[in-house]
Design a binder for this molecule. Sequence first.
Ligand SMILES: [Ca+2]
Length: 375
Amino acid sequence: MTQRISPRLVLPLAGLTVALLPLACGGAPSAEEQTPAAEVGEPVTEEAHETEEPREEAAAEAKLSEPHRVWLDVDPAIGLEGGEVDDGLFLLQSFHSPELSIAGVSVVFGNTSLENAVPIAEALVARFGPAGLQVHPGAASAEQLGVPTAATAAMADALAESPLTLLAVGPVTNAATLVLEHPELHQQIERIVVVAGRREGQSFRAGTRDVAPFRDFNFELDPQAMQVLLDTEIPLVMAPWEVSSHVWIRGADLVDLAARSEAGAWAAGAVQSWVERWARDLGTDGFTPFDTLAAGYVTHPHLIEGFEGRAWIWEDLDDTQPETGVTKPYLYVDPNDDGGRRVTYLFQPHPDFQPLLLDRIAGAPASVPPGDPAP
Ligand SMILES: [Ca+2]
């Protein structure tokens, strides 16, 4: 069932400004149908909400185990007018997670140009990151798949030192170039967590406006790079739109965040134009913080339910413009499919994840009731 993707399918979007990018999973909102937020996603099991053990289990696990050594590969656009904010929140969340030991940060094109994204990552690391953490520029477009960069060199050096988990929360061009260039290091990569994928037939919808479903942004910007990862035996975890569609950061959460800490206040301010964009384009109060589910799975696996399934890439009618007859590649995952490649597919966060995420973004638990004014 695996289908190789031809070069013509790579979408030449890297040069567009963020204001021109349609909204998409892991990226920005796009255009056409209407579904209340409560209906987003495939039917999901409700049992995950009924157990109270996961948070306690996760806390016990965090205390007992050594920090997970991770590498963060991001495409941040937070702070740009209308720019996607989830990579920025993902970085704050990671900096404030004692379960993680961050070996390095690299940057890839995606939500904005590499040129825009690198200084955003550098500023976030300098202000809120651990001392000494370095930021390494990677691919500026999908055309650079297979071209070594400062990012892939630094990742290779870190992997040669000791194994790590790669959190690749933008287009996976940097990750794919790393594995193409360094087959000797595959065994050192404990797993790669990506923000991409869907079940067959699933449409990415949110909000009440009559707009098209989200694109599978990270995947669609470089499907060939995803194929490279699928062709390896490195464990792959998918934190797709489906799992993030159940987590919302609302306006009231931002008031709460702003009151907690310097980082919380910065985040609350930096996401404002993104919140306004979702309200305007999708009719929502708040947004889903896609990339944060990837880090959450590493820090608190008990809070995010997944299944082992098979993944493959398939060409099908573009659901964002079905009237045109145009096709596009899809990254499908199916728990029952025997073809394709084995992956872990995340689909259901525990309700405790959202308050935990706010704690981690702020670097502090809630100390004042939500709704109180920021200091
Ligand atoms: Ca991202």
